[in-house]
Design a protein around this ligand. Structure first.
Ligand SMILES: NC(=O)c1ccc[n+]([C@@H]2O[C@H](COP(=O)([O-])OP(=O)(O)OC[C@H]3O[C@@H](n4cnc5c(N)ncnc54)[C@H](OP(=O)(O)O)[C@@H]3O)[C@@H](O)[C@H]2O)c1
Length: 288
């Protein structure tokens, strides 16, 4: 059996570790985030995925910290809002996050989406690199980047390292994209895996729209698991970091109970649908 448990971590290009299961808080109202995040931590999650745009950074962090678990065993991600790239905006968002949450540092800060043009993207990246140098952020990455956005960034990092000194261009640790059997994004996945960039899988249970899917139901029966658990296990076995979201305590627990079975190679293959069916937005294809 592939050795995973709720404490498994991957090492990122930054050198820091990331827990392989995250807990997403998109559309979690700020006034309940503290309670549901605290429940997630109680049942074993150590990694919270928020964003400035989710408007719940403050209460999510409060829920995470009230567990009393040492800060260095917890992992908090947030993101520069879509359409608000550029150097000044990015700098301001990093400082605002620290001020609002009271954290000394953010574990992972992402550019939420590539919208904003080449200059906007690269200037926001530069501000994130400086935030790492200043100790405000540990690791940095992107979200919703297609291969052409990733190549633009890689080229910038190489050029900057060449002109200003090694490391000055920053280190890309993560690309967070929608990933599940109906959107396996082989091009983006191959690009990231070849460079050690961690793939975080958002909407890993396809927003609960596939609960009765004929591909999943027999697998759920065979392994005595729910269809959500089959999808999360697929994500782990693909080498991704899934970020399921739920505000329902029983589901928060269900989504973390994925370490006592393994999908066979054949069953993994049966989920290789080859189709392109996003359930969320898809900025990876944007060309601006
Ligand atoms: N970077 C980006 O652009 C981006 C975009 C989307 C999402 N994300 C991140 O990824 C996280 C997850 O994505 P998502 O929220 O779009 O989709 P998701 O996790 O695939 O699905 C969440 C939905 O499924 C329901 N659900 C959760 N567990 C379930 C279970 N075991 N059985 C049945 N239903 C279940 C939830 O309901 P209840 O909450 O009512 O239980 C909620 O309606 C987000 O919270 C966010 O952190 C990032």
């Amino acid at each position: 059996m592939t050795k995973f448990d709720i404490n498994t971590k991957y090492r990122m290009n930054s050198g820091y570790e990331i827990p392989v299961l995250g807990y997403g808080v998109y559309q979690t109202p700020a006034d309940i985030a503290e309670e549901v995040v605290a429940h997630g931590i109680k049942v074993g999650y150590r990694h919270i995925d928020s964003a400035v745009g989710y408007r719940n950074e403050e209460t999510s962090v409060a829920g995470m910290l009230k567990s009393g678990i040492p800060r260095d065993q917890l992992f908090f991600t947030t993101k520069i809002p879509p359409g608000q790239l550029g150097y000044d905006n990015a700098r301001k968002h990093v400082n605002d996050t620290l001020q609002k949450t009271g954290l000394d540092y953010v574990d992972l800060y992402l550019i939420h989406a590539p919208y904003g043009g080449r200059k906007g993207r690269l200037d926001a990246w530069k501000a994130l690199v400086e935030a790492v140098e200043a100790g405000k952020v540990r690791s940095i990455g992107v979200s919703n980047y297609g291969v052409h956005h990733l190549e633009e960034l890689e080229e910038y990092i190489k050029e900057t390292d060449k002109n200003e000194g090694k490391g000055k261009g920053g280190v890309l640790s993560v690309n967070q994209v929608e990933l599940h059997p109906w959107l396996a994004r082989k091009d983006i996945v191959d690009w990231c895996k070849a460079r050690g960039v961690i793939l975080e899988a958002y909407s890993p249970i396809v927003r609960a729209t596939r609960a009765n899917d004929p591909l999943l139901v027999p697998l759920a029966k065979k392994y005595n698991k729910t269809t959500s658990q089959i999808l999360l296990r697929w994500s782990l076995q693909m080498g991704f970091v899934p970020l399921p979201k739920s505000v329902t305590k029983s589901r928060i627990e269900e989504n973390a109970d994925i370490y006592d079975f393994e999908l066979s190679e054949e069953d993994m293959k049966s989920l290789d649908t080859g189709v392109y069916e996003p359930c969320a937005w898809d900025p990876t294809t944007s060309r601006d």
